[in-house]
Design a protein around this ligand. Sequence first.
Ligand code: GTR
Length: 441
Amino acid sequence: MPIDARRIHRRRVWLTLLLLSSEPLMAQTRPAEPNYDEAKVPSYRLPDPLVMADRQPVKDAATWRTKRRPELLALFEREMYGQAPVKPDVLTFKTLESDRQALDGAAIRKQVSIFFKGLNDGMDMVLLVYLPAKAARPVPVFLVPNFQGNHAVAHDPKIQLSTRWIGPNYPGVVNNRATEESRGAEASRFPIGMILKAGYGLATYYYGDLDPDYDDGFKNGVHGAFDSFERGRRPTDAWGAIAAWAWGASRALDYLETDPDVDARRVILMGHSRLGKTALWAGAQDERFAIVISNNSGCGGAALSKRAFGETVAAINRAFPHWFCANFRRYNGREANLPFDQHELIALIAPRPVYVASAVEDRWADPKGEFLAALGADPVYRLLGTEGLPVKQMPDVNQPVHGTIGYHIRSGKHDVTDYDWQQYIAFADRHLRSSKPAGDP
Ligand code: GTR
């Protein structure tokens, strides 16, 4: 064949291959209209958290603990979030800055680098900690990952400006880097004054310290640093970004355990939206967290997947292919095949107090699905001797319910508001103000 003809032939073959390969892909990725109609929610059966995979019933706390809980944990790990490495034994901490007169004397501030490989090699996360200056120490602490860098949680010029990649649409971010204009941009979600006044500390880390939130083929962040797979082939149950951000929450707690000003047995992990998903997964795995709070976490967080209301498994995997492990894609459009649902993720936190919060206008996150998942966890909480969720029906708007499972749906949109924080502080007071941390065996 003459060279030109060969070139044309090659191009034809290539085009045919491209068409063939992209067709199923296009069919799969064509955005489906989200369903917001209750009448169109598919009929589904929720798996019973108190029945083992081999259909044996779970009748006592010991069977839950030794058999069912590990079974469920492994299922979520394999099919959804992926497997994260264990705590590195070379973890080290370095206090970058501390001030016992911060925020006009109201707070102790600390900024601590947590080096994952024990080296100052860029593989670290920076934890920002504020503690009430006047409270009796050690104090309980809310640990809350942030979206825009530690400098964005308060108008405090002493907070180190993050130098990492940051999402492009945030205030003051230029070329995916923070500028001075970024300071305090996320402050409305971190009412530090309210938290300190209630006697709690706040610890926060930028989730992008663990893994930048875009699909980079798992080259950057902790994936790049820790992954070494046989022949470079990434297993279908390798950790996604949510698992990495959750792993960071546990590393933050590793540090907090060493801080004499902090009561590490009373650390409340709270996260919003994708970081609410993160909080639930971290809290499910790491039983050191005394309370776990999911704020508007939606699909892949507190909301039941099988309802396919608002954001669906296919929609989330399509928009964020790096969030979950590859196995989770098998359930795109096939929620009925999921051998678990998110009520069982919440149940993994039992008997420790857990709080699920929704917002009326946050239909994308399926508030009803979030409530039903909290309710679906209730039998496990009761088996373990707690009061579980004290209601069977979804409460009215702005009528919080605080059992061992807490729930509220507030008016307004997808966000974290002072109202939400008032509930979280009241919930934490209720469970942690006694001498013995709740859920302590
Ligand atoms: C949305 C996503 C949600 C939620 C949210 C957020 O785009 O579909 O699952 O995580 O982002 O994190 O703000």
